[in-house]
Design a binder for this molecule. Structure first.
Ligand SMILES: O=P(O)(O)OC[C@H]1O[C@H](O)[C@H](O)[C@@H](O)[C@@H]1O
Length: 448
C-alpha cells in the first residue's frame, strides 16, 4: 500500500468510525456517481482509467523526446501554468529534491519553469540564466490560448530561432496541447514542432499523468514507468468497496467541513513536498471552491512554518484542520555527531538521525495542535520515489472527485477562473471586450 491513512489525530473531534458509518450511503453514492460517469462534469473523467488505459505509442514517443532533449540541451524550459505546470514540477522535486538542478546526474539537463506568471523580471532572468547554453522548450497549454505561457513562449521562441535558426528551433521545441483546437496547436502544426496530446476528457488539474507531466518528468530523468505503475496500483487499491482509505479521506474532509472547519492545510515535513502542496491547492480549490461552498485548501511546510504561521494554527481562529503528509524514509540520512565543546547543547542527540528529530517534531506538533483544537488527518508515505508520486496523484484525484460529489458541486469545471481574465482582456483593449472596457475603466477610476 502506498499510503496509510491514520485517524489518531481526529479521535477527539470526530467519532471517526461511527460518523463515517452514518455517512456510508452518501459516500458510496458519490463514488458510484464518479465511477459510473453519471455526475456533473462526466465528460472529464479520462483520468479515472488513465493509469491502465493510455496511449502506449505516445508514451514511447515521450521517452524518445526526453532522450533527445537530454542529448541536445543543457537546459529545458517548461512553459505552462496551473495544471500545465504544477504536476511536473511537483514530481521532479518530490523525487529529486529542491536542488534537482544542482545535484542532477550526468546527461540530465537543468529544468526550469516559465510562463507561470506575468513578470518581465522573471522572464528576463530565465533568459539570462540560459545564457550561451544549449536549450530546448516544452510549451504546454491544453487550451492553447492562455496568456501567461503565450507571452513567455513568444519571447523564448524568438530566442531559440535567433540562436538556432527556424530549422534548428523546430528540433528543440516540443508542444503539448489539444489534439485539434487552440492557437498553440495551429502554431505547432504550422512550424512543424513535435506535438503531444492532452486528451479531451482530462482537465488541466487532472493531467499530470498525461504528456503534460510525463515529458518534463522523463527529461528530468524520472522513471515514468514507475510513476504509471504507482498510479495503477493506487487505482487498483481504491476500486474495491466503498469505504477504502481514499473514500474515507474524502468523507472525513466533508465531515470536518460540516463541523465548521472551513480550511484544510496540507502539511509536509520535507521541502521536496512543497510543490506537491501547490499542486494539491489547485486540485482541490479549483475543483470544490464554487457555488459559495467548499473547503479552502492551503499548504504549510514544517518545521519551517512552525516558526511563522505555527502560532495561528496552535491558537488563532479555530477554522482549520490539517492533513499531514508524513514521509517515513528520507531520501538520505545524516547522523548527529558528538562534539567536545557542546556549545549548542545538542550532544544529547549524538548518534540520532536528523529524521529522528524530524519525527519527534512531527509527533510533538501533532499533539500540540490537537490540544489547541486543530484536527489532524495523517497520510503516511514510505518514501518519495516515482512510484509513490504516481500513487499519491491518483489517490488525491479520486478523493477529490468523491469529495466534490459529496459536497454537491461539479468538481470538473472552473467557471470562476474566467472572471479576472475577461476583465484583464477588456482593460488591455482586446477586441470583443469594448463594452466591458468602458465599464471597467470607470470603475478603476472610481476605486483608485
Ligand atoms: O493548459 P492551459 O489551457 O493553458 O490552462 C492552464 C490553467 O489555466 C486556467 O486558467 C485554468 O483555470 C486551469 O485549470 C488551467 O490548468
Amino acid at each position: 500500500m502506498g499510503i496509510k491513512l491514520k485517524l489518531t489525530g481526529l479521535r477527539r473531534f470526530v467519532r471517526t468510525e461511527a460518523e463515517i458509518a452514518d455517512y456510508t450511503a452518501q459516500v458510496a453514492a458519490a463514488q458510484d456517481t464518479l465511477v459510473s460517469g453519471t455526475g456533473a462534469g462526466n465528460d472529464f473523467l479520462g483520468w479515472l482509467n488513465l493509469p491502465v488505459d493510455y496511449d502506449r505509442d505516445e508514451f514511447a514517443r515521450i521517452k524518445q523526446a526526453a532522450k533527445k532533449i537530454q542529448q541536445i540541451c543543457d537546459v529545458l524550459i517548461v512553459i505552462g501554468i496551473g495544471g500545465s505546470y504544477l504536476g511536473a514540477r511537483a514530481a521532479i522535486e518530490f523525487v529529486n529534491g529542491q536542488f534537482y538542478n544542482q545535484v542532477r546526474p550526468e546527461g540530465i539537463p537543468e529544468v526550469y519553469f516559465a510562463g507561470n506568471n506575468i513578470s518581465s523580471s522573471y522572464l528576463n532572468d530565465i533568459i539570462k540564466m540560459i545564457g550561451d547554453r544549449d536549450f530546448c522548450i516544452n510549451i504546454i497549454s491544453k487550451s492553447g490560448t492562455t496568456t501567461e505561457p503565450a507571452i513567455a513562449f513568444r519571447e523564448l521562441k524568438k530566442l531559440c530561432e535567433s540562436k538556432y535558426g527556424k530549422e534548428g528551433a523546430r528540433e528543440r521545441i516540443f508542444a503539448t496541447t489539444d489534439k485539434e483546437r487552440g492557437a498553440l496547436k495551429k502554431l505547432a502544426d504550422d512550424e512543424g514542432y513535435e506535438t503531444f496530446i492532452v486528451p479531451d476528457d482530462i482537465g488541466g488539474r487532472f493531467s499530470v499523468l498525461t504528456p503534460v507531466g510525463l515529458l518534463p518528468m522523463a527529461a528530468a530523468g524520472l522513471d515514468i514507468d514507475a510513476v504509471m505503475a504507482g498510479a495503477a496500483a493506487s487505482r487498483e487499491e481504491y476500486s474495491h468497496g466503498s469505504l477504502h482509505d481514499c473514500a474515507r479521506y474524502a468523507a472525513l474532509r466533508n465531515l470536518l467541513l460540516f463541523k465548521g472547519k472551513s480550511m484544510e492545510i496540507m502539511v509536509n515535513y520535507e521541502p521536496s513536498l512543497v510543490m506537491l502542496g501547490e499542486w494539491l491547492k489547485q486540485l482541490f480549490d479549483e475543483s470544490e471552491g464554487k457555488d459559495h461552498k467548499g473547503l479552502f485548501v492551503t499548504s504549510a511546510n514544517f518545521s519551517t512554518d512552525l516558526h511563522s504561521i505555527g502560532q495561528f494554527i496552535q491558537d488563532g481562529s479555530r477554522i482549520m484542520f490539517e492533513t499531514v503528509l508524513w514521509v517515513k524514509e528520507p531520501r538520505s540520512e545524516i547522523t548527529i555527531e558528538h562534539t567536545e565543546e557542546d556549545i549548542d547543547g545538542l550532544n544529547y542527540l549524538a548518534g540520532q538521525t536528523v529524521q529522528h528529530v524530524n519525527q519527534k517534531a512531527y509527533e510533538g506538533t501533532l499533539i500540540a495542535h490537537m490540544d489547541g483544537g486543530t484536527p489532524n488527518i495523517i497520510l503516511e508515505i514510505d518514501r518519495t520515489d516515482a512510484w509513490h508520486f504516481g500513487y499519491l496523484v491518483y489517490f488525491f484525484e479520486k478523493a477529490c472527485g468523491i469529495s466534490g460529489y459529496l459536497l454537491g458541486v461539479n468538481p470538473f469545471n472552473q467557471p470562476g477562473v474566467e472572471d479576472y481574465k475577461k476583465n484583464m482582456f477588456a482593460l488591455l483593449g482586446r477586441s470583443g471586450f469594448e463594452e466591458r472596457r468602458k465599464y471597467l475603466e470607470a470603475r478603476v477610476k472610481l476605486e483608485d
